[in-house]
Every structure is written in C-alpha cells, then in structure tokens.
Write a protein that binds this ligand. Structure first.
Ligand code: PEP
Ligand code: MG
Length: 840
C-alpha cells in the first residue's frame, strides 16, 4: 500500500500525481492551481479504486463530507493516459425524490424530471447493468414517464430505486471500478499501449447544474483546429444542458464565437466567453498543451469542470508541437519527443496526380490515405514473397483478418471487397500508413483462377499492376502518375529540429530518379543504396538485357552492353543531378540473370522472335541458366567475376555520368558498392577493374573523379572476414535482408509460408525480415563492424536492408557507432525523427 490517502480533496497543495490518481485528477489540480473556478472535487487513487473493485469501500462519510448535506455529484474516470479510455462518466449522483421536488420548485417540474429520468436511465444501464432496451428516455419528461421508469427499475431489481446518495455513489464507484477490469476494456487499452497493470483513478465532483434560472448550460471549447492544428476557436454550447454528450449535434446548440454561423455564446454571454479565452490561453501556457475545456454556466457564472488534451490528427500533432515550441511554451526537444514517428509516415504519402487520367476499375471506401501501385497478389504469403523480391504489390482480399497482417506489412496497398472504415483492413492500413480501400463490393475475386474483375466485367490477373488511391477510394488500372509527398511548414521545422539532436546519418534507398526526388524532398543525406538492376527492367531495356544474356562470348556481350551503356549513363546523370551535393551509393548489378528471362511459353516465343533463334534453342538456354537455388547462385559479385563486362559497363556509365554532370557544375560524391561479397579476393578483382575504368575515363576526360569503392556485407562470411575485406573497401554497408536470409538459412521468398506459425508459437519473437534480429543477425553485424574497423580505422559503416528505418535498427546502429542508416524514401522522415528521439 502507498501512503497516499484513499481520498484526496483536490486543492492546490494536495499531494497528488498522475501516476497515482490519473491524468484527469492531476489536470484538475493544475486548473485549481491556476485559480480556475473548478467545483469541489475529490480524487480516488488507483489503489483505492482497485480495492473498491475487490469489494472494499472507502469511508463514504469522509468521501461525502466536502459536498455538504445534500450531495449532488458527477463521477469520471482518471487513468494515467486519457487515451486508454475508461468507464463512462455518471452525472447527477444524489438525484432522488427529495431533490426532484426541490429542483422542480427551482427550475421547473419538466426540467427536474428530465434530469431524474436521465440519472435513473444511466444508473440502470451503467451501474445496475440492466437491459438498455428497458430504459430508453421518453419523449415527454412528465410524472407518468418518471414513475414508469422507477417502476421498471424496481421490477427488474426487486428493489426500489436507491434514494440515499451514499448508496448511489458507492454503487457507481463499484461499477466503474469493475468495468475497468472487464476483458474488452483491458484489451482496448492494451492495444493503445497501456501496461497490463494500468490503474484507474476516479474523480468525484460537485455537479455544476447547467440547468436552471438565468443563463445556464454546458459546453466544450478548444482553441485549435483538431484536423489542421491551426489556431481556431471550436466547440459548442447548449443552454439548459448537462454534459458533453447532450450538446453533441444537439438542436439548439450554439457555436462559440460570433464568426461562426448562427447564434453564438460570444453574443449571448460576452463576459463568460472572454473569461473562457483567458482560461484557454492560461491552460495552453501552463499545462503546455492544447486543451479542450469542458465548462458549465450556472446562473450566469462560469465553472470549469474538466480539461483534456485535444484529440488531434497526425498533421495537427506536428503543428501543435511546433507552435508550442515556437511560442516558447515547450523546449524544442520536447516538441521533437511529442510526435510519434509513425504519425509522420501517415502524412507522407504520394497522391495520384490530380490532373492524370484515371482508368477506374472499381470504387470503394477511402480508408487510409495516399496512393500506391503494385502487382495484384491475392494472399498474404504471395505479398511477402513479392516484397522479398523487391516487387511492389497490392494485397487484394475479400476482407482481412489478423493472419493477413504480415502480408499487409509487405504490401504497398490493400484492397478489400468487404468492410467499412473501422474494418480490420482499414484500421491496420491506417496504422501502417498504407493506402487502403475497403468495401469495394462491386469487385469480384476468383482466388482459384487468380483473377479479379470490376463491375464492367474487365478482368485483372494476379501480377497485373493496379493503383490503390486510398484518398479517394478509387482503384485504377495500371500505375497512375503520382505526386510525391513533400514536407511543408511545421514538418520541415520539426525535422530540422530533429536533425539538430540526431547523431546518426539517414540516407535513402532510391533506384530511380523518382525515388531520388522523393529522397531529396524528405531531406535524405544521400542515397545509401541504388539497386541498379531495377533500371534494366524498364521499357526496351529488357530486350537489350536479354540479348546481352544470350550473347555468344565476351565481344558480342560487350557490343550489346555498349547499347545499354548510354541508357545507364542517362539514369545516373538524372540521379546525380537530383542528388547534387550529396553522396550517392550505387550498387553494381546483383540479381541472378534468369530473373530477366521469360518463364512462360508466350514469353519464350517472343524472345525467340527477338533473337531470331528457334524456340527450342531459346528454351534450352533459358533452362541452362536456371539454378536450383538462385539466391545462393550466380548473382552479385559472382556475376561480376564470371562476366566482368557487366560491371565494366556499369562503372563506365557511372564515371561518364560523373564527368557529364561535373561539366554542368553538379558536385557529387559517388560510392560504388559490390554486392554479395564473401571473400576479399572478389573485392580485389572488382576494384582493379573499376579503378582501371576510372583511369581510362579520367585520362580521356581530363577530369578528376571523386569516388569510393565499398562492399555490401550480406553473407555471414563477409561479416566474419570484414577485417581483410575492409583493407580493400572504404565502406561496408550491411545488407540485412540477405544477411538475415543466410544467417537463418531462411529463404526470403518462401519464409511467408510458415512465418505466422513460427511467430505464433514463439519460435521467433518477430519476423526477422521485418524486425532486425538483434541477438542473431545483429551479433554478426556488430562483429563485422568491429572487424571492419580493425581492417580500416575510418571505414564508413551503414545498414541498408529493409530493417534500416526501424527503431530497433536505428538504436542498434547508434549503439555500434554506425555512420548512417539507409531506408526507403518514405521512411526517411520517420527515421530522422526516431534517431533524434533516441539521441535526446
Ligand atoms: C539486402 O540484402 O539487405 C539488400 C539491401 O539488398 P537486396 O534487398 O537488394 O538483396
Ligand atoms: Mg541483398
């Protein structure tokens, strides 16, 4: 037991804390300290409420003493964090026949009867837990309806409605204390981050009536727009009313300031309105937060009942934090700490270009904003496999269930036939910041055939590209042109502040000029991984690439590569120009060649035509390239050693592009990275050739070339041999996707099939492709970093696998003094903020 009093009268000096009495109680004390007219309030601590739930009641006489002879009370929950919810407030405790009679004389029979009816209803439903259908509020508040409701209560409970305020209060406290322990309440708050043993406090407050003679009523006021975060007076006031619930959308409720439509509180009670503005300003400055103030006007006199943090959108969260810091109310680092990094990602989404033509397939409910395109996949496992291949996908399901979460993580967007804005897909989609359209009921899905079709009968097969516009609810055929999201105003400021605290670099993985532009918009410090092979899948390049693969001997191959060279050079020129003044790390060709070859008959026929070869010969050569285990086969540096012309061409394209942009005045620092290294000699061989190409370009162009050569550590052996390797590499970038695959011996493409079972049964705490396995893969990374430093004191260290933007990976990299993390462009702002929060 603590030495805290079971009951604490809220006074400016009472010993109270949010950790003992809850946030609402502590906030009320702050309002009292600010001399706001708060009615008499007693706080019950978490321990007290816990013992009430177990059947012990505090001394009711002591509890009721501050409230006088005829107590008339409200009871509200007070958990540590108001977002954790809690039982509904119960108002008008102490209402009974005697008070009804007195109130009738004071405010009129009808008004008094209405209050009594509301109390009996709320007591019956929330306290006695009777059937709500038996206790609806009648249209007319008269003696008959009151008698009928009191009779129903007696009939249902075999007891007359309790008249004693202390009995009523004890029952209210007990029911609220027990409601907190209910399974649903527990699960809901735990989903919002509440610990298992989260406590509930209660506040018992003298009712401020809001009903009576003269100006009486209740209202709420906020001083900020909860969606935009911009200053604005918002709220409602309703004469002759009690409580927040009664004024929401109520007929006759008025706006607060005179600029709004209709009658306003400002006009009706200018003094009270002016007082509210003063209190609002005071609350903002002293409580250091944008607060919603709940008030009552009692016979023309203002009472402040409560204040809670304004519920706000992610955009508003950022604006408010920045405004509070700009006004000197909170320090900058606190503003940085106040924004949940995930909230940023929700705001940073691409949108379909508003001027683009839209090829509409079907419409659904816009459930999570932003737009993304990808190939259709119909199961979570396919989504994971697609992500592991680096192919964007859209997960299309009838509806999603918790088993689909891993698939949703892996997808760029989600589309469901069923569900509304609170369906599983919608909630999870928003949580992940994933564009999501739900309830597209005109869509049909044939899972067996792998086909979806829209209302006009058009069919789309798994693998076809569609665009999900989660902002408008439209599903479009193909990849719609997009507008990249860009940071503005408050975001920019918050992230600039974050950059002041952050002690680790953040770069972006960007393969195309569009990615690079997004990276730049999000103020990435450079590109940490440019997967050059993605450039070869575009347009007619695939055809040239195939010719290269089929070339007979190195002269033929070189001739085809000469045709690819200008295309690569153009890509690099565009990329370098966008990233002017920054570092760009270009990874040399990585995937197995057969990924560029067709796998079906039609594709083979096309290829045969293109190469002017008989189909059987093409088929045979495609088969000859097929590997049993391509991810461990002829890929990465192994290709670079076996077919060196490919890397020669890439090096040439990089250096030519450097020369070209240099002439245009673009300053760029280029890093060339060798993938899938497992032995020092591989690095030596590639380095010799790359340096040779550089020398040739230097000699021809008479230009200095500023580049570094480094290694991607993706195999366990590269981590173990990092000391030797670093002797030839100026930087080491840990590719934790492949490193995880090889450390676990777990296929990136196939793990989706059993990952759920593994995680559910606790074999792995998390999917290691999603969350960096600090204790296994992390150990190898740490060891590789340490050995790398032994080989080269100032070797540059980074992580560029999909894990890189996560809190776990950033914390890990900070701990091991890495230079930077490199993540997808959209995670850059999140990573910048996360890194700052970890450093503060
Ligand atoms: C990695 O393996 O971690 C990596 C970044 O490379 P890729 O995903 O292209 O294999
Ligand atoms: Mg890799």
């Amino acid at each position: 037991m603590t030495d805290i009093q079971p009951l604490t009268l809220i006074t400016p000096t009472a010993a109270m804390s949010a950790g003992v009495h809850g946030g609402r109680a502590k906030c009320l004390q702050r309002l009292v300290r600010l001399d706001m007219p708060v009615p008499m309030t007693v706080a019950l601590s978490f321990d007290t409420v816990r013992s009430i739930a177990q059947g012990y009641m505090p001394d009711m006489n002591a509890l009721l003493a501050p409230f006088g002879e005829q107590p008339f009370l409200s009871v509200r929950p007070s958990s540590l964090d108001p977002d954790w919810g809690g039982p509904s407030a119960v108002l008008n405790v102490g209402m009974n026949d005697a008070r009804h009679a007195r109130l009738s004389a004071d405010i009129g029979v009808e008004a008094a009867t209405a209050i009594y009816l509301r109390f009996v209803q709320s007591y019956a439903v929330h306290v006695a837990r009777l059937d709500p259908d038996e206790f609806f509020l009648p249209d007319v508040a008269d003696a008959d309806s009151l008698k009928a409701m009191l009779d129903t209560y007696e009939f249902e409970t075999d007891e007359p409605f309790p008249q004693d305020a202390s009995v009523q209060l004890a029952e209210v406290l007990r029911s609220m204390a027990r409601a907190w322990d209910g399974t649903t309440a527990r699960l809901l708050r735990q989903a919002k981050g509440a610990p298992v043993d989260a406590g509930l406090g209660l506040v018992v407050q003298a009712m401020a009536m809001g009903v009576g003679q003269g100006e009486c009523g209740s209202g709420v006021i906020e001083f900020v727009d909860a969606t935009s975060g911009l200053p604005k007076i918002v709220g409602r006031y309703l004469s002759q009313s009690q409580g927040r619930e009664t004024i929401r959308d109520a007929e006759g409720a008025m706006y607060l300031n005179r600029d709004d439509r209709g009658p306003s509180l400002e006009e009706r009670c200018p003094d009270v309105f002016a007082q509210l503005l003063v209190f609002g300003d005071l609350a903002r400055k002293k409580l250091r937060e944008e607060m919603q103030i709940k008030f009552t006007i009692e016979h023309g006199v203002l009472r402040i009942l409560d204040a809670i943090r304004v519920q706000r959108s992610s955009r508003a969260t950022v604006r408010i934090a920045v405004a509070l810091a700009n006004d000197g109310i909170i320090p900058r680092e606190e503003a940085v700490m106040r924004v949940e990094p995930a909230a940023l990602s929700e705001l940073l989404h691409r949108q379909v270009d508003p001027r683009a033509k839209r090829d509409l397939i079907v419409r659904g409910i816009a459930a999570s904003p932003g737009a993304s395109a990808g190939r259709i996949v119909l199961t979570a496992a396919e989504a994971q496999a697609s992500a592991a291949r680096g192919e964007p996908c859209v997960l299309v399901r009838r509806e999603t269930t918790p088993e689909d979460i891993r698939g949703m993580h892996a997808a760029q967007a989600v589309l469901t036939m069923r569900g509304g804005v609170t369906s599983h897909a919608a909630v999870i989609g928003r949580g992940l910041g994933l564009p999501c359209v739900v309830g597209a009921s005109d869509l049909s899905i044939d899972r067996k055939k792998g086909v979806i079709s829209g209302p006009d009968g058009r069919k789309f097969t798994a693998g076809d590209v569609i665009t999900v516009d989660g902002t408008t609810g439209q599903i479009l055929a193909g990849e719609a042109p997009m507008h990249e999201a860009a940071l503005d105003g408050a975001f920019q400021t918050l992230l600039e502040w974050a950059d002041d605290y952050r002690d680790i670099g953040v770069r972006a993985n960007a393969d195309t000029p569009a990615d690079a532009q997004a990276a730049r918009n999000f103020a990435a410090e450079g590109i940490g991984l440019c997967r050059t092979e993605h450039m070869f899948f575009e347009g007619d390049r695939l055809g040239v690439m195939r010719e290269m693969i089929f070339a007979e001997g190195s002269d033929d191959r070189r001739a085809v590569l000469d045709r690819l060279l200008p295309m690569q050079r153009d890509d690099f020129e565009a990329l370098f120009t966008i990233m002017a003044g920054k570092n760009v790390c270009v990874r040399l060709f990585d995937p197995p060649l057969h990924e560029f070859l067709p796998s079906d008959k039609a594709g083979l026929r096309d290829l045969a035509e293109q190469l002017a070869l008989p189909v059987p010969e093409v088929t045979e050569r495609v088969n000859a390239l097929t590997e049993y285990n391509p991810m461990l086969g002829m890929r990465g540096v192994r290709l670079g050693i076996a077919i060196p012309e490919i890397y020669d061409m890439q090096a040439r394209a990089i250096f030519d592009a450097m020369v070209a942009v240099g002439k245009a005045g673009v300053d760029i620092s280029v890093e060339i990275m060798i993938p899938l290294v497992s032995a020092m000699r591989e690095v030596e061989l590639v380095k010799t050739r790359v340096d040779g190409v550089a020398n040739a370009v230097r000699a021809k162009s008479k230009t200095a070339l500023n580049y570094r050569l480094g290694v991607m550590v993706e195999t366990p052996r590269a981590a173990l041999r990092a000391q030797d390797i670093a002797g030839h590499a100026e930087f080491l970038s840990f590719g934790t996707n492949d490193l995880t695959q090889m450390t676990y011996g777990l296929s990136r493409d196939d793990a989706g099939r059993f990952m759920s079972a593994y995680v559910q049964q606790g074999v792995y705490a998390e999917d290691p492709f999603h969350t960096l396995d600090v204790e296994g893969v992390g150990e190898l990374v740490a060891l590789g970093a340490e050995r790398g430093r032994m080989g080269r004191k100032d070797v540059i260290l980074s992580i560029c696998g999909e894990h890189a933007g996560s809190r776990t990976a950033i914390a890990f990299c900070r701990e091991h003094k890495f230079d930077y993390v490199s993540c997808s462009p959209f995670r850059v702002p999140v990573a910048r903020l996360t890194a700052a929060q970890l450093a503060i």
